[in-house]
Design a protein around this ligand. Structure first.
Ligand code: ZN
Length: 54
């Protein structure tokens, strides 16, 4: 799959299919520097940065 969470949000997927959307974002490991979205794979974001937690 090459869909980006950033684009899915613009297409309002969270409203239409919240369960599919959750599969993209959990567990959140990456953050989009441009949009502020989070996702489990960097492929899902347009400007991914790895989230590091301490
Ligand atoms: Zn983005």
């Amino acid at each position: 799959m090459s869909k980006k969470v950033c684009k899915l949000v613009k297409k309002e997927l969270p409203k239409e299919d919240i369960e599919s959307y959750i599969e993209y974002i959990l567990p959140a490991k990456y953050l989009c520097k441009k949009c502020g979205r989070t996702a489990c794979k960097e492929d899902y974001l347009c400007k991914p940065v790895k989230i590091t937690s301490k």
